[in-house]
Ligand binder design. Structure first.
Ligand code: FES
Ligand SMILES: [Fe+2]
Length: 384
């Protein structure tokens, strides 16, 4: 799991003026909306006795802990300790980590890390959200799997004929044509052509393909840390599934999915489209939840790759650059060393941006995977 990235945490329409708990990167966070409409995201851990702020209530734009009533401003600073006598100040250490937020593509994004604004990786550019005439649907899908395995599944062309035989690809012609991967700093994309499904299935899609059995053009795009888009060129139009695979913890992923389509755009066709999305995920779940090891190996050579795996190899290499930079949260150490006696939190930008607060933090930062030694980076070990 990587810190220092923007994470799409929840659909905007679901975040209101009540505190709401979410778990991301193994950390509990609280989300709520301020009076001016902006979204607050902070650590859900009161620095007094570890109360859950998400069980508290709002007073204006502040959140009040349910245990002893400490009140925190949206920037994380405590401004009221009810048990104190009048005139007694609030200690500077009374502060929780608050994370920058944005809203885009109908989602609330939180920057889970401590980089100053100018150094933060960008949000993905998803131009289809601005394309007129596309009908949008969205929802959640929960996996009992690590998000890295779910991500790779979404960019894996070779599995389609076997796992989704009736809808994408053809089990009798499973070869994947060679494709080029375009690699950027944070992202990669490829156009991959699949054979059309055999025209003997049942249902709407097989009837469409029977009429016009042309190769299926697909576009797969990936953007760190967890966004995968898949566009399938169907005979009747574009089917674009954009997945924001939210890492809840090492065993759980919640996919926030958005489906865009330019055919059958009438609202009454939505339930069929929704069923198709869930059918795809249900088919994938059968294999993804059984993969071993559960977490994607760090070493590229730990699993065997063939040419059709080029997209996944690009993902592993791009991801490793940031693990090597020391951005990988060491969840094993958190479980082994910290969980029982010391809560840890993802550091927020205030820890770096306000020098006078440098030593004012009570909650320890999450341990990170050690950065790769300089020498290895120089040799290009982490370069794709
Ligand atoms: S635990 Fe939050 S106020 Fe005491
Ligand atoms: Fe799949």
């Amino acid at each position: 799991m990587l810190k220092n990235f923007w994470y799409a945490c929840e659909f905007s329409e679901r975040v209101g003026h009540e505190p709401q708990r979410i778990t991301v990167l193994g950390q509990r966070l609280v989300l709520y909306r301020r009076g001016d409409g902006g979204v607050v995201c902070m650590s859900d851990l009161c620095v007094h006795r570890g109360g859950a702020l998400s069980d508290g209530h709002l007073e204006g734009d502040c959140i009040v802990c349910p245990y002893h009533g400490w009140r925190y401003r949206p920037d994380g600073a405590c401004d009221r300790i009810p048990a104190n006598q009048p005139g007694v100040g609030v200690p500077r250490k009374a502060r929780v980590d608050a994370y920058p937020t944005r809203e885009q593509y109908g989602l609330v994004w939180a920057f889970l890390g401590d980089l100053p604004e100018a150094e933060r990786p960008p949000l993905p550019v998803l131009s289809d959200f601005a394309t007129p005439g596309l009908r949008a649907l969205h929802g959640d899908y929960r996996w009992h799997a690590h998000y890295t395995r779910v991500i790779e599944n979404g960019m894996d062309a070779a599995h389609a004929p076997f796992v989704h035989g009736g809808a994408f690809g053809n089990p009798e012609e499973p070869e994947v044509a060679d494709y080029e991967v375009e690699i950027g700093e944070w992202s990669s994309r490829a156009a991959i052509t699949l054979k059309p499904p055999a025209a003997r299935g049942k249902g709407l899609w097989s009837r469409l393909y029977r009429r016009e059995p042309k190769p299926v053009r697909t576009f797969v795009g990936f953007h760190l840390p967890n966004v995968v888009s898949l566009e399938v060129g169907l005979p009747i139009g574009r089917f674009i599934l954009i997945n924001f695979h939210l890492p809840v913890d090492d065993e759980t992923t919640i996919t926030k999915w958005v489906l865009l389509r330019d055919f059958f755009t009438q609202p009454w066709m939505d339930s069929g489209a929704r069923k198709r999305v869930f059918k795809i995920f249900d088919q994938d779940r059968v294999v993804v939840e059984e993969q071993r090891p559960e977490l994607l190996p760090y070493d590229i050579g730990a699993e065997l790759h063939v040419k059709s795996d080029a997209m996944q190899i690009a993902y592993r290499k791009i991801r490793r650059r940031f693990l090597d930079r020391g951005w990988g949260i060491d969840t094993h150490r958190i479980q082994a060393e910290n969980a029982r006696y010391q809560a840890v939190v993802i550091p927020s930008p205030a820890r770096r941006e306000i020098p006078e607060l440098a030593h004012a933090w009570v909650m320890k930062e999450v341990p990170v995977r050690q950065p790769a030694p300089e020498r290895e980076l120089e040799l290009g070990r982490s370069q794709p």
